[in-house]
Design a protein around this ligand. Structure first.
Ligand code: GCB
Length: 602
């Protein structure tokens, strides 16, 4: 899906700000036609933001079902004759949208954008009532999956197997968009290191397509071409480089004879990525990942996007020597992805397929029993949603140079032989949608190399390992030996690049001990040092992404004290001792020099 941008033929108006708001406690608001009038009550809500932490009312925070948003929108008077859309950066997890009394669209999938066409229901220069019902319920047809139960006194409770709070709301910007009725519908850009740029534009028949390649830094046109499909070469191209960036625009002009019908600018970078033996090459140079699995998670905002918080997070990533991140465990906002493109941050881009694992139960997780791949749990409908998420993610991010690996799932059950039947078509789909990038999934500790039945389907091995935390807790000596032994097994069996996508230890900021005592800052540092020794002993380990960048909110549970505390930073972004440990390590690593951002360069 293309982003909404202002061009000579397109216009965008932000609909962010305060919206009217009503919690649909009985989940009958659609039948009661709440959209057909001004919402009852006086509550307002911020867009973008999660709703959960905004209200001093537990019945709001814990509501399971529909939440109604509404605002009045004036359509600019110059928009007569245009196609008019409302574009949502995300609505977590499902949305129904009405313009006035008319339903204009529905979407499922809480972390990807969608647009609804309101052209036939609005008038240029006039106002209309825009209502959105956001539904936070997860069931077994969803990605991520979940299920809802009812307590004897009639309260609904949402259950899920992933370890982050089920924040809900309009988490990203909402925009009113005008574009020509005949317009650029899609474009795919691929590049080669010699500066060859190849494009494939989807546009209505009968229009001519002209292409200009514009250097974003200088504004100069550096190549031109004609036709919906074609290629051109940039002389002396600036390669998109980890730690630096380097972006171009593909300016697409559609014409009907001489008349300009539409202009769209697609940002892209000239870079290649490929796997070669146990290395991952960006622009034919081996890349070593330093960084984190992250979360979109902040106090008050929940999963709501904020530019200020985003910049703070990227500044901290730069300070600590991180050159990469994984969008654990769902696609991040387009603003975050734009920032990664612009500043050269390397991304492992993940679908929201998390918690597809009924073999883990107890502790923080609360499986309702049964096997993972079965009619009652992860079934054909789950797989169809998973396929849709892969398609929509790649459609959104395929032209982003920052994205170097698609991660199609986090810690699914990959021991059950049925995992193969489930994943084989999804891997094929990812490769069909994008033949240019490696495809991976993130493997759980209970599925080591001799038990995992799907790792051979993928280009890279991505491992989450908690030796010394969930296992051998407090005994780093045994942990080191066992981790080393397991990694050797992966190296021998697959000969593929290995990225450690999670390793971490919950740590309460301010807690110290001279002993190897879990939860102390000292233990987190010792734990990281042990992991580092193990990584450094394998050439095939080509990256380390510590879990997690910052403490984050989770559902309630005895293993979580106000959330997950594995952050290198606290939730309000203060460094723990671990942050200084990682900074010393990552800024001093020769192998990670390619891609390190120089904070002073900005
Ligand atoms: C994992 C999960 C992550 C959890 C983490 C933990 O393996 O991928 O979502 O938050 O472990 O801290 O338990």
């Amino acid at each position: 899906m293309l982003t909404a941008i202002d061009t000579p033929t397109r216009e965008v108006r932000s609909l962010d700000g305060l919206w009217r708001f009503a919690v649909d406690h009985d989940n009958d608001g659609v039948e009661r036609r709440l959209f057909a009038d001004t919402l009852p009550g006086t509550r307002e809500v911020a867009v973008p933001a999660s709703v959960n932490d905004l209200f001093a009312d537990e019945n709001v925070r814990n509501h399971v079902g529909y939440w109604f948003y509404q605002r009045t929108v004036r359509v600019p008077r110059g928009w007569d004759g245009e196609q008019i859309l409302v574009r949502f950066g995300s609505a977590t997890h499902h949305a129904i949208v009405w313009a006035g009394d008319v339903e204009v669209g529905r979407h499922s999938g809480g972390y990807l954008p969608f647009e609804v066409d309101v052209t036939d229901h609005v008038t240029a220069g006039e106002e209309f009532r825009l209502t959105v019902a956001v539904d936070n319920r997860l069931d077994k047809t969803c990605i991520p999956p979940g299920w809802v139960t009812q307590t004897p006194d009639g309260r609904r409770q949402q259950h899920y197997l992933h370890d982050f709070y089920n924040y809900t709301g309009l988490h990203r910007s909402v925009e009113l968009v005008a574009r020509p009725r005949r317009h650029v519908e899609d474009v795919t850009v691929t590049t080669e290191l010699d500066g060859t740029v190849t494009w494939d534009v989807t546009a209505p028949e009968g229009l001519t397509v002209s292409i200009a390649v514009v250097d974003k830094q200088t504004g100069e046109t550096v190549a031109r071409g004609e036709g919906a499909r074609g290629s051109a070469t940039i002389d002396n191209p600036t390669l998109w480089t980890p730690g630096v960036g380097g972006m171009y625009d593909l300016e697409i002009t559609l014409r009907d004879d001489a008349a300009v019908v539409d202009v769209y600018l697609q940002p892209f970078g000239v870079r290649t990525v490929r796997v070669d033996g146990h290395r991952l090459l960006i622009n034919d140079k081996p890349f070593y990942f330093t960084g984190f699995g992250m979360h979109e998670d902040h106090e008050t905002l929940g999963k709501g996007h904020s530019d200020a918080h985003m910049i703070q997070d990227f500044e901290l990533l730069s300070w600590i020597g991180a050159n990469s991140l994984r969008t654990s465990h769902y696609p991040y906002s387009e603003q975050i992805m734009d920032y990664c493109d612009a500043h050269g941050i390397v991304v492992i881009d993940e679908t929201p397929a998390v918690g597809l694992n009924w073999m883990m139960s107890g502790g923080i997780l609360d499986s309702d029993g049964g096997t993972t791949y079965s009619a009652e749990n992860v079934n054909d409908k789950t797989q169809a949603s998973h396929a849709r998420e892969i398609r929509e993610l790649i459609a959104r991010d395929k032209n982003r140079p920052s994205v170097v690996i698609w991660s199609i799932a986090n810690e699914p059950d990959s021991v059950d032989p049925e995992a193969r039947t489930y994943f084989e078509p999804l891997v094929e789909l990812a490769r069909e949608c994008d033949p240019t990038r490696p495809v991976g999934f993130v493997n759980v500790m209970m599925a080591p190399h001799d038990k995992c039945v799907i790792s051979d389907l993928f280009d890279v091995i991505m491992l989450n390992r908690y030796y010394g935390w969930y296992f051998q807790s407090g005994d780093l000596t045994s942990a080191e030996a066992l981790f080393t032994e397991e990694l050797q097994g992966w190296v021998d069996r697959y000969g593929k690049p290995i990225i450690i996508t999670e390793y971490g230890a919950d740590t309460v900021a301010g807690l110290h001990s001279i002993y190897h005592q879990p939860f102390t800052e000292d233990y987190q540092v010792e734990y990281l040092a042990m992991n580092s020794r193990v990584f450094d002993s394998f050439d095939a380990v080509i990256g380390e992404q510590m879990w997690n960048f910052a403490d984050f909110q989770t559902k309630y549970g005895f293993a979580r004290v106000d959330g997950n505390k594995k952050g290198a930073f606290t939730r309000d972004r203060r460094p723990k001792a671990a942050a200084r440990y990682l900074r010393d390590r990552w800024l001093g690593m020769d192998s990670a020099a390619y891609g390190r951002r120089d904070p002073l360069a900005d």
